[in-house]
Ligand binder design. Structure first.
Ligand SMILES: *Cc1c(COP(=O)(O)O)cnc(C)c1O
Length: 382
């Protein structure tokens, strides 16, 4: 059995991906050209979203989505502490505040009741995170957002290709952000996108990614000639290149195959690790088909044993990681008067978690080898 190094996640680039990028290199366009709109159309086709705005990272996609929804100074968002810091940071870029609420103990997803209790008169956005690729309780969040007059934003960096009650991620919130980083469901190197059914929000997101500039005469205050464009808002250069969109187009064609492969690996882990009482395996709620961006096991006993367990896994050649250091425990966020002990479910989840290898390129042999190394580390350290 192979003992090769297995990271917790990685991309899968094949010959078609390489050919697509090389063909683009020989074309007239390296940055914004025909591949951008083609890739956006492919993302719409893959998810059922009406509009997609591709950009250069998931983080910029969050910034674009929050801006499109009108977030600004004096406003706040409510989100999960069990996420990558970008989910919260993007609100600060716009001068808005962040309210956090605790997660569910089984999925690590934002708890709808806790989220509702964190809403105040400043709250404009409810931002959910499909942790590890497991969709949140979207029906609950939809109901809360509608009743409280909030915009529902999905951080779906983990969950492109996942479904909730048979509906695809990308159609479940008012605005959905995806990431196209190499460990994520599909990749463009770096990249991201905002999905929405609202034309006005899509237009705002697309102007924001290129300096707040518009070229469509219908959106300009005047027109001085064929050269003319207007800057209507302060924006950024968040553009995704044609090279990257060519790669994305090729990758999106394999999204379903990638997600199926991740589901098979997850099933194998359940079979191979179910009789290990020292580990808590991930929960899957009924009516949900996760995308399995991560496979997070938790140490069942003393959380202090997580460190020697983690170190042993690394020694055994598994590139394990911990997702995530909760947002409120970072020194930057502590300045906003968050404190340790404030979100006990999140902190307990964090203290026990280890992300083990799961990526579509893993062979059956790799999965067995990974499970065997995990069982060995459990025996030696837990
Ligand atoms: C990866 C990730 C992001 C940011 O995506 P980038 O493409 O790395 O900027 C945002 N939120 C979550 C939950 C992520 O995992």
């Amino acid at each position: 059995m192979s003992e090769r190094f297995l990271p917790y996640g990685r991309q899968w680039i094949d010959g078609d991906d390489v050919d697509a990028v090389v063909a683009c290199l020989h074309s007239d366009f390296l940055t914004t050209g025909p591949k951008v709109a083609e890739f956006e159309a492919a993302l719409c086709a893959a998810t059922g979203a009406r509009y997609a705005a591709a950009c250069n990272s998931g983080t910029s996609a969050l910034h674009m989505a929050y801006h499109a929804a009108g977030l600004g100074p004096g406003d706040s968002i409510v989100t999960s502490p069990m996420t990558f810091v970008a989910t919260a940071n993007a609100a600060r870029y716009l001068g808005a505040e962040v309210r956090l609420a605790d997660v569910e103990p089984d999925t690590g997803n934002l708890d709808p009741d806790a989220a509702e209790a964190a809403i105040d008169e400043t709250t404009k956005l409810l931002v959910t995170v499909d942790y590890a690729g497991h969709p949140v309780e979207y029906d609950r969040f939809r109901e809360i957002a509608d009743r409280r007059g909030l915009v529902l934003v999905a951080d779906a960096a983990h969950s492109l290709g996942a479904t909730y009650k048979g509906r695809a991620v990308g159609t479940l919130a008012d605005l959905t952000e995806v990431s196209l980083h190499p460990v994520k469901p599909i990749t463009t190197g770096e990249g991201g996108a905002v999905l929405t059914d609202r034309e006005d929000w899509d237009a705002r997101a697309k102007a924001f990614r290129t300096h707040g500039i518009v070229r469509d005469p219908a959106h300009m205050t005047r027109n001085e000639g064929p050269w003319y464009y207007e800057m209507l808002d302060l924006g950024f250069n968040y553009r995704l290149t044609d090279l990257q969109c060519a790669l994305g187009l090729s990758q999106v064609g394999r999204l379903q195959a990638f997600v199926e492969r991740r589901r098979t690996i997850a099933r194998r882990y359940y079979e191979l690790l179910k009789d290990v009482p020292e580990l808590i395996l991930p929960t899957v709620r009924p009516d949900v088909e996760p995308g399995w961006h991560l496979f997070v096991v938790r140490v069942a006993g003393d959380p202090a044993r997580r460190l020697p367990f983690f170190n042993r896994l690394r020694e055994l050649g598994l590139g394990v990681q911990v997702h995530y250091i909760p947002v409120h425990l970072h020194p930057y966020w502590e300045r906003y008067s968050f404190r340790r002990g404030q979100f006990p479910v999140t902190e307990d989840f964090y203290a026990r978690s280890v992300s083990i290898p799961i990526f579509p390129m893993m062979s059956e042999d790799d999965v067995q080898s990974s499970a065997e190394r995990i069982r060995r580390a459990v025996k030696e350290t837990l």
